[in-house]
Design a binder for this molecule. Structure first.
Ligand code: GTQ
Length: 353
């Protein structure tokens, strides 16, 4: 067979196959062999791209939103942090929704509940509170606050200035499963049945109630505020006791005191302390990460990007992209991802250079 004959027969074969595919289509059938490599890549290539929102850029726009509508009108006055790859999809990473929420003095973000789990990382202002399970918690800068799925929650601001926090929700996951419900409460705010600090006293002191399983919120931790004061103190003390890990420096994860697992069923959260002058060795993992700077300045490199960061900046580190942090000051970095969900499903992997 000469060369031309080969090409001719390849073309003939291709045409024959294409004709077959065209006849499959009306039956809603498709040939796997044409898409198999895309369905099962040798390794992940995240659609999300590395991105940074500098707080100094976003803050004026958020304040402008504050002049346009009330928290009550908006239900939640939030600027959604959309990954450039997912415009219009309310996704920061493939699986995590993130946003910056503003609440002004005297405002109420009305009570509602939804299938999505939510977490807050407090950024700015004093006097903001969130209420869950009949208890309020005042949110201070750096606090990690949790709204369990299907728990009524409302927010308010009893301080004198604007309050802003980062919201992280598992909305893209809920949407993927098409399992989302939501409903309003019969009042603007829920009624309070416990004093502030009750949950932290019962579950967050290295003690547990004798007659309470702690499963108040199903798979979610019964503590709904992990105060920054305590987290920071623990990290600083831990950093004194051991040299920083080459890849993770000093990292502590937020834990459910009932079972030692992560705090929520779908989203993992942790905080990393990178001491001044330290650069972490490159690592990568299958979870796309939303990182928010609690304190410090430095640089983060991931995929083809290097971002210099300062307090309250938010970054997206895509799944399976190498990442490294260089601290020019003592850094405290809050992170969230879908790691817990991936671990439960058997997907999670990481690699350290
Ligand atoms: O505070 O309950 O950013 O329901 C998006 C949806 C925050 C909230 C968001 C929400 C909330």
């Amino acid at each position: 067979m000469n060369e031309h004959a080969t090409i001719a027969s390849d073309e003939a074969t291709r045409a024959k196959r294409q004709d077959f595919y065209d006849r499959l289509a009306p039956h809603n059938l498709a040939p796997l062999w044409e898409v198999l490599k895309g369905l099962m890549p040798r390794e992940p290539t995240s659609q999300a791209v590395p991105f940074q929102w500098r707080y100094e850029d976003v803050r004026p726009l958020l304040m402008e939103a504050g002049g346009l509508l009330t928290a009550e009108e908006a239900e939640r006055r939030v600027l959604v942090l959309e990954n450039p790859s997912f415009v219009g999809e309310s996704r920061a990473t493939s699986t995590i929704y993130a946003g910056l929420q503003l609440i002004l003095p005297g405002e109420t973000a009305p009570a509602h509940r939804h299938t999505a789990s939510a977490l807050r990382f407090m950024l700015e202002g004093e006097g903001a509170f969130t209420a869950v399970g009949g208890e309020r918690t005042t949110m201070k800068a750096g606090d990690f606050v949790i709204t369990p799925n299907w728990a009524y929650h409302d927010h308010g601001n009893e301080g004198g200035g604007p309050c802003v926090w980062l919201d992280g929700l598992d909305l893209p996951m809920v949407r993927f499963f098409e399992a989302g419900f939501s409903e309003g409460y019969n009042d603007k705010s829920q009624s309070l049945t416990r004093p502030e600090g009750d949950a932290l006293a019962r579950f967050g002191s290295g003690l547990l109630p004798l007659d309470d399983s702690g499963r108040r919120y199903g798979l979610t931790t019964p503590i709904f505020n992990y105060p920054y004061e305590r987290t920071r103190e623990a990290l600083v003390a831990a950093a004194k006791g051991e040299d920083p890990d080459p890849h993770t420096a000093t990292t502590l994860r937020y834990a459910n005191p009932v079972d030692g697992g992560w705090t929520m069923p779908t989203m993992s959260a942790w905080m990393t302390h990178v001491p001044k002058g330290f650069t972490t060795k490159r690592m990568r993992s299958t979870d796309g990460i939303v990182m928010c700077v609690a304190e410090g300045r430095g640089e983060i490199t991931t995929r083809d990007k290097t971002f210099s960061f300062g307090p309250r900046d938010v970054m997206v580190l895509p799944a399976w992209a190498w990442r490294s942090v260089k601290a020019s000051e003592d850094c405290f970095l809050f992170c969230l991802s879908d790691r817990v969900a991936q671990e439960k499903l058997g997907f999670f992997r990481e690699e350290r250079a």
